[in-house]
Ligand binder design. Structure first.
Ligand SMILES: [Zn+2]
Length: 211
């Protein structure tokens, strides 16, 4: 039997307990006497109370949220942490001043290298022609590659400007070495991170090739 009302016929429903047909508006089943109203129907005052306290809670939550929003808008600018912003980096290594100097003259200018090993006789006999010396200052590294025989510098490499070992900040790399892009006295090559995995846009350092 359908619960839908039909014209001329009184609307009925089935008792949930005994499954007998009862009037749609019946409060108790005439067959088994069981309660036919839903829980709110049986407890009108209690269900109203629950509904109102839910509404009150919602209003309270919205009120607190609005207060909070106003509070954060009103926070003085000085209390908000400034966005990360680095000051102009003064150069740690003045690479342009080293251009044209041989490795001995650079050694005089910069002092004893942090890495100051000489090639072994075995390495020389194996045909090693280039060697490196490196200086570390304020965490940054300057690696100078030179020709062992002529002492002439082949290139400079600036690295270690970030403790992580790489940086995506080209300007920082240049500032550390006092370099400028577009200077005809040298060519620049930003060396991208290749190991442990390639990271495009991140550089281990910048290579400076005197022209
Ligand atoms: Zn019944």
């Amino acid at each position: 039997m359908s619960q839908e009302a039909q014209s001329g016929v009184e609307r009925t429903k089935k008792c949930s307990k005994c499954k007998e047909e009862v009037l749609y508006d019946a409060i108790k089943c005439k067959h088994c006497g069981s309660e036919l109203r839903s829980w709110p129907g049986q407890h009108p005052i209690l269900s109203k109370f629950i509904a109102y306290s839910g509404l009150l809670m919602l209003v309270l939550i919205i009120f607190i949220w609005v207060l909070n929003s106003i509070g954060s808008i009103a926070t003085p600018v000085s209390k908000i942490n400034p966005s990360p912003h680095r000051e102009q980096v003064s150069s740690v290594f003045d690479v342009p001043s080293l251009l044209g100097k041989n490795i001995n003259q650079i050694r005089t200018a910069l002092g004893t290298p942090t890495y100051d090993k000489e090639p072994t006789k075995l390495q020389l006999s194996l045909g090693v022609t280039e060697w490196d010396k490196s200086w570390e200052r304020e965490g940054a590294d300057l690696l100078v590659t030179y020709n062992i025989k002529t002492k002439k510098v082949i290139d400079f490499f600036i690295g270690g400007v970030d403790p992580s070992g790489s940086t995506n900040d080209k300007k920082l790399l240049l500032d550390v070495a006092g370099l400028k892009e577009g200077d005809p006295k040298y060519k620049l090559e930003f060396v991208e991170v290749r190991v442990p995995k390639p990271e495009p846009g991140f550089y281990t350092g910048v290579k400076v090739m005197p022209q």
